[in-house]
Design a protein around this ligand. Structure first.
Ligand code: FMN
Length: 320
């Protein structure tokens, strides 16, 4: 499973840095792959409100955010936002990222596309503020709720601490380590109980991406679904993206993954191969299922849709 952390604080070694690191350490102890983005130290452009995403479903700003962060957001099983309260909202740089999520909002609400993991993905808010007002976290909660909704993950739990101001003050707060450990137990344990299934083809651009999309949608609560290619392409096949979009499933930001990177996650229990031939890995004790499927590369959309339908039936009979 994959946990994405977003740190909204511009203060190095500050309170949110501490909280988020505690959570990510707990996730790693439980075998999760993790990645943390510190918003203040990235050079993402803010949203310019051009409306392009609402018409085209893509961001007009072609930076690392459009290329990499959307993809990390789609890949995550759990997204953790850690942010201080700044004027009852979030600091500017993380707000910049949140506003750029208008692209995912548009894909969901204008194009009716869902993240395949929408039913099981979870969002967590970690926050601190200096004062004790009863409405201290109201603004940040609302922003976070709609941020998570646009990314198709449920606002699951939160840890919000008032009265925390000086750098590192949270570390002296009684019980904070236990709070974070308990939170990690509640959020991550159900994910840890899933079996890992790997869909593998040659380029991880079409067949295995479509299979993984359906598997996440139909059985992602029971299976940690990953996909990879023996010779990964640079980008996913746009016709596979379109074929899945016709079923309401959004795989547009997925990136092809190498077999080595997929296997580094460890412990694959089922591997479904579909055309990687002798380059497919042999893992002792792992159940291997071989699907003889045509390669959608260079085929017209209607042929890709036929392959997609065949994949859907096979995923259903394997996992449902
Ligand atoms: C620009 C700015 C605005 C802030 N606004 C608020 C606020 O509205 N309410 C509050 O209780 N604390 C506010 N704070 C205090 C921070 O929330 C507090 O210092 C927090 O512990 C910082 O967390 P960090 O160390 O992770 O950056 C503000 C701090 C700054 C620098």
């Amino acid at each position: 499973m994959f946990v994405l952390g977003l740190n909204g604080s511009p203060r190095r070694k500050g309170n949110n840095d501490y909280l988020l690191s505690l959570f990510m350490d707990e996730a790693e102890k439980r075998g999760c792959a993790t990645h943390t983005i510190a918003a203040a130290f990235e050079s993402y452009e803010p949203c310019i409100g051009c409306g392009y995403c609402e018409k085209k479903g893509l961001c007009s700003i072609k930076d690392d955010m459009a290329r990499d962060l959307f993809s990390l957001m789609r890949k995550a099983d759990v997204i953790v936002l850690a942010s201080p309260v700044y004027f009852y909202g979030v600091p500017a740089r993380i707000k910049g990222i949140i506003d750029r999520i208008q692209t995912l909002w548009s894909r969901k609400y204008r194009f009716n596309l869902k993240d395949p993991g929408a039913e099981y993905r979870k969002g967590i808010l970690l926050s601190v503020g200096a004062t004790h007002g009863k409405n201290l976290f109201d603004g940040i909660r609302l922003t976070t709720r709609y941020f998570f909704d646009a990314m198709d993950c449920t606002y699951d739990r939160e840890l919000c601490y008032p009265g925390i101001d000086d750098r590192g003050a949270i570390a002296a707060h009684p019980g904070v380590k236990d709070d974070v450990k308990r939170l990690a137990d509640k959020v991550l344990t159900p994910f840890q109980q899933r079996k890992r299934i790997l869909f593998a083809c040659r380029e991880n651009a079409g067949r295995s991406q479509m299979a993984a999309g359906f598997a996440r949608q139909l059985a992602g609560d029971a299976y940690d679904v990953i996909s990879a290619g023996s010779s990964p392409a640079q980008t996913i096949n746009p016709l596979a993206v379109e074929a899945m979009a016709r079923k309401g499933i959004d795989i547009a930001f997925n990136q092809p993954c190498s077999m080595d990177d997929a296997l580094a996650l460890g412990n694959v229990e089922i591997i479904v191969t579909m055309g990687c031939g002798e380059a497919c890995p042999i893992i002792p004790g792992c159940k291997v299922v071989e699907w003889d499927l045509p390669d959608p590369a260079e085929k017209p959309l209607e042929a890709v849709c036929d392959i997609r339908d065949e994949i859907l039936e096979r995923v259903k009979s394997l996992l449902c």
